[in-house]
Design a protein. Structure first.
Length: 444
């Protein structure tokens, strides 16, 4: 008599301490077995894609912020296709216990009482079924060995990925829907003020990172879970007595099945960049103010020059009238016209007083002009030296023709003559670029 699928796994559970589930794809029924007892349970939606995929042997899932390894062992018992689901950890203890019990079942180490209550051995049909089951078991063991190698390779890859993640300078972490951190790198633990990553795992992110008892006001977890898209939030926060400018990149964290199990975050400290930008802006404003002040000084110099020219013209006119009056007075004195002479003398005195005041004003303006000329003399000198260097560069580096050099020299001589005529140099000051008798450059 052939044993049924349910009887097989019920007897297996009596010889094993492992709790496992069996799924029948044809009926969609899942049963939990433990210590000889069985009960129907709903099919977890997170496991359904792996249950339906015949190529899936092992899967990784998250439960209560912990990583869980689930093995899917496929067999045909009593003509019924079934999938055994065994949950395990890194040690694979549950998987080993399950296989020991499974091997014992196939080797005939158990006996099932018949319906009449008589004890009997296995029938020939049963021996054939066991032989077939052993072949399937060998194939399953081979697939599990491949899965073990794959798992080891994935573990090594995970270790390398961990090294890569820990080398990232920005805090990187993963959080469950209830804000519990279940993954983090070294930068995240340092950001939270903890030496080890294990100290950070299991903590609330808002409490560990920012000392808040409630979720942070800038947190975008709800929006990330609702839209399934990554978001960036920038904000300023006080940390260790200093304002820090931070950017947090929020992104969803999903399992292989596509189910979102939490969200991740990357914290980028932009404080230094913001401070440098503020310093650059301040320097730019200072440069603008400096330029405006220099332009104002230049305008002041031009105004003083114009006022000086006007006073010079007035002084010349007054001096001419004084000379004319002097000649008239001498003529009157020669004619011995006393009354007219006194009138002219009085008028002459008034002109002398005006001349004295004009002279004082001219002297004041002249001192101002001299001061301003001294102030910009150095600038003019540097300008002439730069002109001379320009000619030397044209002559030596670019191999300019004599005609080009002569034209450049004539142009520079005209510019220097205009600067001299405009009063750019103080009285008695010689041009710093003078090399010829005419005050300009000699043609070479």
């Amino acid at each position: 008599m052939s044993i049924t699928c349910g009887e097989f796994f019920k007897n297996l559970s009596e010889t094993s301490s492992v709790s496992f589930m069996v799924y029948e794809p044809e009926t969609g029924v899942m049963t939990r077995y433990r210590e000889g007892l069985s009960e129907a349970v709903p099919v977890p939606e997170a496991l359904r894609p792996s249950l339906e995929d015949d190529d899936t042997i092992v899967g990784f899932f998250a439960k209560n912020s912990q990583r869980v390894v689930v093995y899917f062992l496929r067999a045909v018992i009593g003509g019924v296709k079934c999938v055994c689901v065994v949950r395990d950890g890194k040690s694979r203890k549950n998987l080993n216990d399950f296989f020991r019990a499974y091997a014992g079942m196939l080797s005939g180490s158990f006996r099932r009482p018949d319906s009449a209550g008589k004890s009997g051995g296995l029938t020939e049909d049963k021996d054939a079924e066991i032989a077939e089951a052993r072949l399937r078991a060998d194939a399953l063991v081979s697939r599990l060995e491949e899965a073990r190698k794959t798992l080891d390779m994935m573990r090594r890859s995970r270790d390398k990925l961990r090294i890569l993640i820990d080398s990232v300078e920005s805090p990187l972490y993963s959080v469950s829907p209830d804000y519990v951190i279940f993954q983090a790198n070294k930068a995240a633990s340092s950001f939270a003020g903890m030496e080890k990553i294990t100290e950070l795992i299991g903590k609330k992110c808002h409490k560990a990172f920012f000392g808040k008892d409630e979720p942070c006001p800038w947190c975008k977890q709800g929006e990330v879970r609702r839209t399934g898209e990554s978001l960036v939030e920038e904000f300023a926060v006080e940390r260790n007595g200093r304002t820090r400018n931070l950017s947090v990149y929020f992104f969803p964290v999903a399992e292989e099945s596509g189910e979102t199990v939490g969200w991740g975050g990357i914290i980028v400290d932009k404080t230094e960049a913001v401070e440098k930008e503020a310093s650059i802006t301040k320097v730019r404003e200072q440069l603008k103010t400096f330029k405006k002040s220099k332009i104002s000084d230049m305008n002041e110099l031009e105004t003083v020059k114009r006022d000086y020219a006007d006073l010079s013209m007035n002084y010349t006119a007054l001096l001419g009238r004084s000379e004319k009056m002097k000649k008239t007075l001498e003529s009157l004195m020669a004619k011995d016209s006393t009354k007219e002479m006194l009138a002219w003398k009085t008028e002459l005195q008034e002109y002398k007083n005006k001349l004295a005041r004009s002279y004082d004003a001219i002297k004041n303006y002249q001192r101002n002009v001299e001061n301003l000329q001294l102030k910009y003399s150095d600038l003019n000198k540097r300008t002439f030296f730069q002109m001379e260097r320009l000619i030397n560069v044209m002559n030596s580096k670019y191999g300019a023709s004599e005609g080009d050099i002569g034209a450049a020299i004539k142009l520079l001589n005209r510019n220097m003559a205009e600067l001299k005529n405009s009063g750019s140099f103080a009285a008695g000051e010689e041009s710093p670029a003078r090399s010829g008798a005419d005050g300009g450059f000699k043609d070479s």
